[in-house]
Design a protein around this ligand. Structure first.
Ligand SMILES: Cc1cc2nc3c(=O)[nH]c(=O)nc-3n(C[C@H](O)[C@H](O)[C@H](O)COP(=O)(O)O)c2cc1C
Length: 210
């Protein structure tokens, strides 16, 4: 293990950097990030699909996850955020490497009355407990119900916290006991336009205190 000295480091005090630099640093350093490919629906039933990597699971009793959805540059809500506020429901779909391009294309700013699923031909299947459908090219989907909306910082970012009310895992990924991460093949977001697939997998059992 290499130890670094203070002179080996470039340091930033939060008060000296602007929002775009803060974004560059935090999104480049908190990597690899899981991607929540979120399907949601407006009250009229139009299906929206978009990716979010400021995302993680935050509880397991019950299982809950949280996603930070920023405002658009013009200060308005993104379609996903508006749909979640309107309906309280969404689905987090795991993106396999084979769907990286479809997932990335769905991040383009389509008008609110356009369904990314339709325009990009993203296949869907019905959910079991929420109205928004699941993405059918995803090997695992989590149906979610909103529990809390937490405004963060200056108000540009908002954390949407939700309970997972149903899990769906493809049989090729789940053998009845374990999730096979290699079969799941989740895409991870790195800084800027970069993504990763799983690399070498290391096994370590939980140690006892010495
Ligand atoms: C891989 C990836 C991850 C993203 N993560 C986030 C995120 O965590 N929060 C966010 O507000 N936008 C994120 N975006 C941008 C949204 O996907 C983008 O603003 C999209 O147009 C929102 O779509 P909507 O208006 O249909 O909800 C991400 C984009 C990509 C490609």
């Amino acid at each position: 293990m290499k130890s670094f000295q203070p002179e080996d480091m470039t340091s930033f005090s939060a008060v000296d950097i602007d929002g775009s630099m803060a974004y560059k640093l935090v999104s480049g350093l908190v990597v690899p990030r899981p991607v929540a490919w979120i399907s949601s629906q407006n009250e009229a039933g139009l299906v929206n699909v978009a990716p979010f990597s400021s995302f993680n699971y935050v509880a397991h009793s019950p299982a809950m996850l949280a996603v930070n959805i920023a405002l658009q540059d013009d200060g308005t809500l993104k379609d996903t955020a508006r749909n979640i506020r309107e309906t309280g429901e969404f689905v987090v779909n795991i993106t396999p490497t084979s769907a990286l391009d479809a997932m990335n294309q769905s991040s383009a700013e389509y008008p609110s009355d356009v369904s990314e699923a339709q325009v990009l031909d993203i296949p869907l299947m019905p959910s079991t407990q929420v109205r928004p459908p699941r993405v059918a090219v995803s090997p695992a989907q989590m149906e979610c119900r909103l529990t809390q909306i937490v405004p963060l910082g200056t108000g540009i970012n908002t954390l949407y916290i939700a309970e997972i009310v149903a899990f769906h895992v493809a049989n090729m990924v789940y053998d009845g006991r374990h999730i096979d991460s290699v079969a799941l093949d989740p895409v991870a977001r790195l800084g800027g336009p970069f993504y990763a697939s799983l690399g070498e997998i290391h096994k370590r059992s939980r140690p006892k205190a010495v």
